[in-house]
Design a protein around this ligand. Structure first.
Ligand code: CU
Length: 122
């Protein structure tokens, strides 16, 4: 009987500790900023994105008309951007600088000029 009570006590303690740790984890995880980038022939809106070094963000892409591709060659970031879908890229910028991005899926007559700049600042 005594042994059972002790076991129960331990179980309670473990549950309490576990719950506390989960709580601490939830509170310690900041919600990541979502940056929405819409695309349509032949622009990304916005086409100027500024991120903070070391701060994770989620880039969220949509297209109003045709399929596009978002590509930042210097950072190795890329996703298809498909009408009717939401595509996300999670980014933790580590390199400071200005990085050009382009549309890398041929989308029509203005495709070659469809670009923008992603800046990473301190
Ligand atoms: Cu294009």
């Amino acid at each position: 009987m005594v042994k059972q009570q002790r076991n129960l006590l331990w179980l309670g303690l473990v549950a309490l500790l576990g719950g506390g740790m989960i709580g601490a984890y939830v509170f310690a995880t900041p919600t990541e900023q979502v940056i929405k980038i819409n695309s349509k022939k032949f622009v990304f809106i916005p086409n100027q994105i500024t991120l903070k070094k070391g701060t994770p963000v989620i880039l969220q892409f949509t297209s109003e008309d045709v399929m596009m591709g978002f590509y930042v060659p210097e950072l190795g970031l890329r996703t298809d951007v498909i009408p009717g879908q939401v595509r996300e890229l999670r980014v933790v910028p580590e390199k400071i600088g200005n990085f050009a991005f382009v549309c890398d899926v041929f989308c029509g007559s203005g495709h070659e000029d469809m670009n923008g700049m992603l800046s990473v600042v301190e």
